[in-house]
Design a protein around this ligand. Structure first.
Ligand code: 4NP
Length: 162
């Protein structure tokens, strides 16, 4: 069975394409690619059709990670076609949750903060690096590598014994 994951941020050109690329890289390393379908989207539509931000791509490339995605805007249908929606910050979480509320019972995705799966991070939000310097992009990748490992472990963990 395939587990369908959607990573969501505001613009879908920095944080969520990075999360998508980091997760894809991880499941390739672990030979688990067949078990997952992975995508990303933005709550905003300003960058639709664009590749990931050049600075984000360069930072990922330095770690051997490709960011293949093109920006798209989150759609209601995502809320029924994905199993898990992982948001980068609380604003994204509020926006996705209110879309889910409007959609009603057809919204079946499990919606949560990406960093709720992190093991080392001491924050629950991935900060938006768009208006900052290079260090911000490295920090985003540090947080996402931590959270992607935790997310994969959580998804693969056997259900608790009863
Ligand atoms: P992202 O970063 O949400 O991580 O993709 C942003 C990129 C662009 C904008 C905002 C956030 N923008 O307003 O154009």
């Amino acid at each position: 069975m395939t587990t369908k994951l959607l990573f969501v941020c505001l613009g879908n050109i920095c944080r969520s394409p990075a999360a998508e690329g980091v997760f894809l890289h991880l499941i390739e390393q672990r030979k688990l690619t067949d078990q997952f379908l992975v995508d990303s989207a933005g709550t905003g539509g300003w960058h639709v059709g664009n590749p990931a931000d050049r600075r984000m791509q360069a930072a990922a490339k330095r770690r051997g990670i490709d960011l293949p995605s093109r920006a798209r805007q989150l759609e209601r249908s995502d809320l029924e076609s994905f199993d898990h929606i992982l948001t980068m910050d609380q604003d994204n979480l509020r926006n996705v949750s209110s879309m889910a509320k409007e959609f009603g019972p057809r919204s079946t995705a499990n919606i949560r903060l990406m960093l709720s799966h992190a093991r080392r991070a001491d924050t629950l939000e991935v900060p938006d690096p768009y208006y900052g310097g290079e260090q911000g992009f490295e920090h985003v990748l540090d947080l996402l590598e931590d959270a992607c490992e935790g997310l994969l472990d959580d998804l693969l963990a056997p259900p608790p014994q009863r």
